[in-house]
Design a protein around this ligand. Structure first.
Ligand code: G6P
Length: 616
């Protein structure tokens, strides 16, 4: 949902800004732009370049431009207010071109602000909510950009991460955030005190530094080459210690794969072991980041899981895991619905927020709603320092590394692992899972990286089976029990990246409506791996076969019978049903990936979508 980059220092501005935007393109890709403060003959000027469409259009535009300067900002957009167009793309400049800004978020009261600025004579060029900010800065300019920004922020309702530069202060980059992510990257090594960066996330600056400052909401920061000043919301200067980021640069590169999505699918064996690492000791799960007392943990009588998209499907899977092992009721809610449904939350409830980014606006709002009700909160989060991880009572970090593909893959498997770990942890604290059972669960978890590797070896076999979707305009995914959630995730993957409509059901539900859709252009994808309900799922597949449906089934290796009723079969290794979601979701991801590439689609950046949705 829009990516921001900013730089002050002596490197090539064009390179730092453009390369940063390349890394951030997954956040939004309908237009992009940069503003640089160029200082030729001691005459400071802001030069702004913008282009609609994917980022490479901007790249072509600036390719032959001589961009000289030491201060600049850049933006890649996912439109909210105003269609994707050059004029609506960021940066937005003041009428005299003296101030330029980029913004991620939504200014909810932009219409009122626009009306009052228009009355004062300001002319608006774009249909964006952002343009009001630059005119407000111009209208209130005190001669100090940071001070001016602090002055106008109380006028803005909504969310923002924003960065601005001014010709009148050529040595400072000024930023602020509220509800949208922004990190400050510090020059390091030889470049300590010689350069600094800002970005929506660390991937954009990882090639230059691993030292970052995470800003809190309502903070304003003034960044010079050799100095970073942060003011809190009461305008007091504060010191924030930098955090060292452990992600490597390789995570931000494709590393020889055709797409980030494919690379991320392949990273899953490692991600599973990395997420387990350090969190399993003997027969116990150890989670250091949970700040709840033994008594608080023992008292938990109900669990809510709140999440969006793929993370919501991890939540659906988590419900089965937790309920079967802990026998505590679990409710799973789509985050955008949760707080509007007047949820019944008590102080002995635990609310689990699952989010790869840790910034999804609806999930964050769900966390705040839960805290307001006095519930305990735990985030299952991938991005360090993100809002949810900082506001929740505890966080389990999924060590998936940077996920760039808009369709989430490795973050999902990592979330599932985190849910198993949390279940083990609560089971021990609440004395509801015996040591023997914990040992069994851990033994199974430890088998998973190897099994994931085995599945990845079947990539080309799975890829050959995508012909089942030739000519398909729709599809139905079925599973049962815990694998209903995986059917949901499989169907989401297919929809997101191949644009084939897909619906998912518990298999027993098929005959109550969706069976009518089965036809040559609507195949069935069934999960029928070994489980307590295997025979039931098999009968449901038979029902589709009897009606001439095209079927592809995920089955357990050695299941010969299934080949008689299903046109195509993908075999996966055998594991206890409780852990089968990890084994089953990987072939679903591969199937969706190759269906999308067979249709020549841009898998990493599906149309209309964005990786992080920081607006409601
Ligand atoms: C967007 C992404 C999805 C993701 C969802 C939730 O819709 O495109 O891939 O699952 O947001 O994101 P989160 O960061 O909260 O997991």
């Amino acid at each position: 949902m829009c990516g921001i980059i900013g730089y002050i220092g002596d490197r090539s501005l064009k390179e730092v800004l453009y390369n940063g935007l390349v890394k951030l393109e997954y956040r939004g890709y309908d237009s992009a732009g940069i503003s640089v403060l160029s200082s030729e003959q001691n005459d400071n000027k802001i030069a702004t370049f913008k282009a609609t469409g994917k980022l490479h259009h901007l790249g072509e535009k600036i390719k032959n431009e001589k961009i000289i300067g030491h201060l600049g900002i850049g933006h890649t957009r996912w439109a909210t207010h105003g269609v994707p167009s050059t004029v609506n793309s960021h940066p937005h400049n003041s009428s005299d071109n003296s101030i330029s800004i980029v913004h991620n978020g939504i200014i909810e009261n932009h219409a009122e602000l626009r009306a009052s600025l228009t009355q004062k004579g300001y002319k608006f060029l774009s249909a964006t909510d952002t343009e009001v900010i630059v005119h407000l800065l111009d209208d209130n300019y005190t001669g100090d950009l940071a001070e001016t920004l602090r002055k106008i922020l109380p006028l803005l309702e909504g969310t923002y991460a924003l960065a601005c530069i001014s010709v009148k202060e050529p040595d400072v980059l000024v930023c602020a955030r509220k509800g949208s992510p922004l990190v400050v990257g510090l020059g390091k090594g030889e470049n300590e005190n010689k350069e600094n960066f800002i970005a929506s996330d660390v991937s954009a600056i990882l090639e230059y530094t691993d030292q970052v400052i995470f800003l809190d909401d309502n903070e304003v920061v003034a960044i010079k080459k050799d100095q970073v000043k942060v003011w809190d919301e009461n305008h007091n200067l504060k010191t924030i210690a930098p955090t060292t980021i452990e992600w490597t640069l390789e995570t931000a590169e494709k590393g020889g794969y055709a797409h980030f999505t494919l690379k991320e699918i392949h990273e899953q064996p490692k991600v599973i072991s990395d997420t387990l690492k350090g969190k399993i000791k003997g027969n116990s799960a150890v989670i250091d980041e949970i700040n709840l007392s033994q008594e608080e943990l023992e008292n938990i009588s109900k669990i809510h899981i709140v999440a969006c998209g793929t993370s919501y499907h991890a939540g659906l899977t988590g419900k089965y895991i937790i309920e079967s092992e802990l026998r505590i009721p679990v409710e799973v809610d789509v985050a955008s619905e949760f707080r509007y449904n007047n949820p019944i939350i008590s102080s002995t409830d635990l609310v689990i927020l699952i989010s790869q980014s840790g910034e999804t606006a609806d999930t964050l709002a769900g966390l705040r709603e839960a805290k307001k009700a006095g519930a305990k909160t735990i985030g299952i989060i991938n991005v360090m320092g993100s809002n949810i991880s900082r506001e929740a009572d505890g966080t389990i970090y999924t060590n998936a590394g940077l996920e760039v593909g808009v369709a989430s893959t490795k973050a999902f498997t990592a979330q599932l692992i985190a849910l198993y770990i949390l279940t083990l942890f609560l089971g021990e604290k609440k004395a509801s899972i015996s040591e023997e059972r914990r040992a069994y669960m851990i033994e199974n978890l430890q088998k998973l990286p190897k099994m994931a590797e085995e599945i990845l070896k079947m990539e080309s076999t799975i890829a050959e089976k995508v012909s089942i979707f030739d000519g398909a305009i729709s599809s139905i995914f079925i599973g049962r029990n815990i694998n209903t959630a995986i059917a949901c995730e499989g169907s989401l993957k297919l929809k997101e990246i191949s644009y084939i409509h897909a619906e998912a059901y518990p298999s027993g539900e098929l005959k109550h409506g969706s069976l009518a859709l089965i036809s040559d252009v609507c195949p069935l994808v069934a999960i029928a791996t070994k489980s307590s309900t295997y025979d039931k799922v098999k009968s449901n597949i038979e029902e589709v076969k009897a009606r001439g449906g095209k079927i592809i089934t995920l089955a357990t290796v050695g299941d010969k019978e299934i080949a008689n009723i299903s046109g195509e079969v993908i075999y996966v290794p055998e594991i206890d049903e409780l852990f089968s979601p990890i084994v089953n979701v990987i072939p679903m991801q591969i199937l969706a990936y190759y269906t999308a590439t067979s249709r020549d689609l841009d898998v990493d950046k599906p149309r209309n979508l964005a990786k992080s949705v920081t607006v409601e």
